[in-house]
Ligand binder design. Structure first.
Ligand code: 9MR
Length: 692
């Protein structure tokens, strides 16, 4: 995992200041109201009535009883003593209390019993379905003492079938006695998703698929709607990992992975497979020898481990061969502090490099249609990416079928910079590999000591600037980048809530109520203003390395950035052939549709039909806005605006509109305020067009 210190160490005040000033426009653009909902509390346990209030022991020997020894509030708490195992503790049945698909906040106050000193506690849920139990942590290991109360708080969504569901508190190790008090279970009423804002997948349609890492909760209700609206790629955040798919040798569990793949199929999304080989989330049995003891580096153990690896990839990769378009075959194998750059994982110590060779070879056989990736974090750090580069170069030279390099891009509000991200991509181009951004998120923190329960506006502004800087680089290199994925859907659920310390983080494009954040608007503004479509036969101006001048769909986004790009209202000769139809009469029809509208911007889609007997070669469509609307980006076209007069010229690949009904289509984003009247008239190469 990325270390916070490696990120924080790169933050500079100067950079932060630059970032803040650059974001002024974006913040102003965050006009979509975020509903301020109050949490609804569905259960509390204060123990003030002298009972256990439904809490009972998990084991058979420990004592769970009401206590007057200490209290967080009032005079009573719940004491657990006489424990003989770390999992012994108080448990509360919630099966009929929680609603499937709703994310609840679980909070409890805890303290070690008198004389127990310092104890590590955690809060988890136990879910059973048809005799099989699963255990998931809600709050990670937290130190509590006998000198005061400590709050354990975290979120969890029940998303699977369950015939038993309970929350419990246990020690990480040992059998110390402890108290709990003032438990509460609450949720934020779900907000409807914003259906009237541009979909990310539409904005980036001509750049790259845009993905999110998800679990089953993200497939349900409003979250499922948000996922389907904005994303056309999905990664299983945990469900395809070894611990999820093969917890016991030869016993496979595809429940959650199947659900994610089915959602992707139903919604026409690509699936990134994550991950066959990792040093984390791999069950202990994988690394035990034939006698059940931890493996040592012997030839027999190497053979055994590689055989397990092959069997695992054959099973999981084979199951999803028709669905997964890219696999993270190996994950985080680089350690730049080793002279050979190779992480000293158990995989490495038992097999050397052969686990990587085996994994790619078997993956290619069993999933021949998937692109095979080596995935890692901190590839924006030169020392790390150089080691990765060398490894990929030497393995490819051997014939190991590596198709691509995955850059995780876990960052924070001040790191990595656009320049570091640029170098990250540029470095790998000579290798001739595909590149994908696989796990992007942007923590609002730059140090472990910070903590906010709601994100301050200046952090959100910095975050938006960071996202925009990265997306500008991705757009620049869209010929090399074949996918961009965020590590999560919305701020309501992120791995950063428990890493590197437990605190709420807000690292994604949508907030805890699934509403678009400043970062979303920044990303929208960073979309290619001159996308030319995947079928473009020739290099297009959108591949130009200059960053997009357009920032956000805000009415305050003035002056129009288009003026600096396209000073004249006539088509640029570099992007369009000379309009051959300009001298001869052209007959045309224009259908202008506002497909999305929000309170400061709108998305327009236009279809131009050539109703004449001759093809039009090179075109310019002109109209005049009546209400001060300002176009700030377009796709499948090049836009220019002078005052109220808009000129849209063809992209390199759609300059010809066939005779007798041929069409050209393009879209654009524009600001508006007050009134948004559709243009009353259009001309194509100077000729008036019919409407509709
Ligand atoms: O998002 C994952 C989180 O739920 C897990 O608890 C965590 C621990 O293994 O792994 C997270 O995903 C990681 C990914 O698989 C690889 N790169 C780092 C990600 C964040 O830790």
């Amino acid at each position: 995992m990325p270390t916070l210190s490696s990120r924080a160490g790169r933050a500079t005040l100067g950079l932060l200041m630059l970032t803040l000033s650059a974001l002024a426009v974006v913040v102003a653009a965050t006009s979509t109201p975020v509903r301020a909902a109050d949490p609804v509390t569905v259960l509390t346990s204060s123990f003030e009535d002298g009972t256990g209030q439904g809490w009972a022991r998990r084991g058979t020997v420990e004592l769970v009883e009401n206590s007057t020894a200490v209290a967080h509030a009032g005079t009573r708490s719940l004491l657990t003593s006489g424990r003989t195992a770390s999992w012994n503790g108080p448990s509360r049945d919630l099966l009929t209390t929680v609603t499937r698909g709703t994310r609840y906040t679980y909070s409890v106050w805890a303290r070690a019993a008198a004389g127990a000193g310092s104890v590590q506690l955690r809060m988890s849920v136990e879910r059973r379905w048809q005799g099989t139990a699963s255990y998931e942590q809600v709050v990670n290991s937290t130190t509590v003492t006998d000198g005061g109360w400590t709050q354990l708080t975290g979120g969890y969504t029940l998303a699977n079938d369950a015939d038993f569901f309970a929350v419990y508190v246990e020690t990480v190790s040992g059998t110390a006695s402890f108290h709990i008090d003032d438990f509460s279970l609450s949720y934020l009423p779900p907000s409807p998703i914003q259906t009237d804002i541009p979909s990310l997948k539409t904005v980036f349609a001509n750049d790259f698929p845009i993905g999110a890492a998800v679990g089953r909760p993200q497939l349900l209700a409003e979250r499922g709607q948000l996922l389907a609206k904005h994303f056309n790629s999905v990664t299983a955040g945990n469900a395809m990992k070894w611990d999820a798919t093969e917890p016991t040798e030869g016993v496979f569990n595809y429940t959650d992975a199947d659900a994610i793949v089915a959602f992707a199929r139903a919604n026409g999304m690509k699936v990134r497979g994550h991950t066959f080989v990792w040093h984390n989330q791999t069950p202990a049995w994988v690394f035990n020898d034939a006698n059940g003891q931890p493996m040592t580096a012997t030839p027999a153990n190497k053979t055994l481990l590689l055989a397990r690896l092959e069997a695992h990839i054959r099973a999981v990769g084979g199951r999803y061969a028709a669905d997964v378009s890219a696999w993270d075959v190996v994950n985080e194998v680089i350690d730049e502090n080793q002279s050979d750059g190779l992480r000293r994982s158990t995989w490495y110590t038992i097999t050397g490099l052969d686990y990587i060779r085996t994994a790619f070879r078997v993956a290619r056989q069993v999933a021949p249609n998937a692109k095979l990736f080596i995935n890692d974090y901190n590839t924006n750090v030169q020392a790390k990416r150089d080691k990765l580069y060398n490894l990929v170069a030497s393995l490819k030279a051997e014939g190991v079928p590596i198709d691509g390099v995955g850059h995780q891009q876990h960052g924070n509000i001040s790191w990595p910079t656009g320049a570091e991200t640029d170098s990250m991509i540029a470095t790998f181009i000579p290798l001739g590999v595909e590149q994908q951004i696989t796990e992007m998120d942007t923590s609002i923190y730059t140090s472990s000591s910070e903590s906010f329960t709601t994100p301050p506006a200046d952090r959100l502004a910095s975050q938006a600037a960071r996202y925009k800087a990265w997306f500008d680089v991705y757009r620049k290199y869209k010929a090399n980048i074949t996918s961009v994925t965020l590590w999560g859907l919305a701020d309501d659920e992120t791995w950063l809530d428990s890493y590197p310390v437990s605190r709420k983080d807000f690292p994604l494009l949508f907030d805890v109520q699934l509403q678009a954040k400043p970062a979303y608007w920044a990303v929208i503004g960073a979309a290619s203003p001159t996308a030319t479509g995947p079928a473009s036969p020739s290099p297009s101006p959108s591949r130009s390395p200059s960053p997009s001048p357009s920032v956000s769909p805000s009415a305050s986004a003035s002056p129009s950035p288009s003026a600096s790009r396209s000073p004249s209202a006539s088509p640029s000769p570099s992007v369009s052939p000379s309009p051959s139809g300009s001298g001869s009469p052209v007959s045309c029809r224009v259908k202008y549709t506002v497909t999305n509208q929000w309170n400061s911007g709108f998305q327009g889609d236009v279809v131009v039909t050539n109703t004449g007997p001759a093809a039009v070669n090179g075109w310019a469509l002109r109209w005049t806005f009546a209400n001060g609307q300002v176009v700030n980006q377009s796709w499948s076209s090049v836009y220019a605006q002078s005052g109220a007069n808009v000129t849209i010229t063809n992209a390199a690949w759609n300059g010809t509109i066939g005779a007798n009904g041929g069409t050209a289509s393009f879209g654009f984003l524009s600001s508006w305020s007050g009134t948004n009247t559709a243009p009353a008239a259009f001309t194509l190469n100077g000729n008036a067009c019919a409407l509709g």
